[in-house]
Design a protein around this ligand. Structure first.
Ligand SMILES: [Zn+2]
Length: 334
């Protein structure tokens, strides 16, 4: 029994000495850590593409700053591309080693490529001007369409993604620069004076698109052409043929006048064909139609005569576009 007590006692003594040892070990460790932490501290060594670029003590703060930079899409920045992100490794360094977060950030910034997004105004698939937004680009094209700029079919815009940011131009000056005035299709400038029924021709305009087909009202000999002649400007074409020859309507339309013309055309028929086109038939011996009547192309409207200011039987054929006499030989009797 006493033997057992003795052995228990010896166990306790053994445990006590062991605890003492562990306690001393803990103290020693704390002291060592304390000494180390006076000289050293944990830091992150930062490498970019395998190259050491610096130390940071606050990895998450630095990484947050980098992320914010990469996600920055202010202005026309589409995105920023960096090939590799920095790598961090924890190490214990002497306190004299300085952290350099700003330098690390700058190095990462310099390794990145900024891509910009903006729009080019294109003419004949060539970039002409640059604007910041799609709205600006659409605005330019729509305004030019509204103004009926003749080059509208050659114009467009395209989205640009580039590392190079171009200089932007304001939409108004682009519109002014690209605008091409439409050419006037009615050759009214060829006539200098317009006094009532008398129109003086100064130049022979080129043929206009009448939008209607014309046929010869009579066949005969051209005795007087359109334009200048000794007795004043001739507003039509004279076709001589025997008196009583049927005059056919050059095109379908509505008779706007059938009666005596006091300006020298004698018995006269005027037909409106739409599109601003009117044909006038003068010096007739007989009139077969009345004002307001609808006629079709080729329909008999009158007979050739020599009434009014005329020296012999002929048809005076006059073709007008918006009230302006045209040279009939641009369309008939060429
Ligand atoms: Zn005439």
């Amino acid at each position: 029994m006493l033997k057992i007590l003795k052995s228990i006692k010896s166990i306790f003594v053994h445990i006590r000495s062991s605890l003492k040892f562990i306690f001393l070990l803990i103290i020693a460790t704390i002291v060592i850590i304390g000494i180390i932490s006076l000289v050293y501290r944990p830091m992150y060594s930062v490498t970019l593409n395998g190259e050491f670029i610096g130390y940071t003590s606050n990895k998450s703060k630095l990484q947050k700053r980098i992320n914010e930079y990469l996600e920055n899409t202010e202005g026309n920045v589409a995105f920023i591309d960096v090939k590799n992100l920095p790598e961090y490794s924890l190490c214990l360094l002497k306190k004299e080693n300085q952290t350099n977060d700003d330098e690390i950030f700058e190095k990462i910034k310099n390794s990145g490529t900024t891509y910009y997004e903006y729009y080019a105004i294109v003419e004949k698939s060539k970039e002409k001007y640059y604007v910041a937004t799609k709205e600006d680009a659409e605005n330019v094209i729509n305004k030019l369409k509204e103004k009926k700029s003749t080059n509208v079919s050659d114009l467009g815009y395209s989205q640009i993604h580039s590392t190079e940011l171009k200089e932007f131009k304001d939409t108004e000056s682009i519109i002014t620069a690209l605008y091409e005035k439409p050419t006037v299709t009615i050759a009214s400038s060829a006539y200098s004076t317009y006094t009532g029924q008398r129109i003086v021709s100064n130049a022979t305009p080129s043929a206009q698109v009448l939008g209607i087909g014309l046929i010869k009202p009579v066949s005969g000999i051209i005795t007087s052409r359109f334009g200048a002649r000794s007795s004043g400007n001739h507003k039509g074409l004279d076709i001589a043929t025997s008196s009583g020859t049927t005059i056919a309507a050059a095109a379908g339309g509505t008779v706007t006048f059938s009666g005596w013309d006091s300006y020298g055309l004698g018995n006269c028929v005027k037909i409106s064909h739409g599109n601003g086109v009117t044909t006038i038939y003068g010096h007739c011996s007989k009139l077969y139609v009345t004002s307001g009547q609808k006629v079709s192309q080729g329909e008999a409207i009158a007979a050739v005569g020599s009434t009014g200011n005329s020296t012999g039987p002929h048809l005076h054929l006059q073709i007008e576009v918006n009230g302006v006499p045209q040279n009939p030989q641009l369309y008939l009797y060429k």
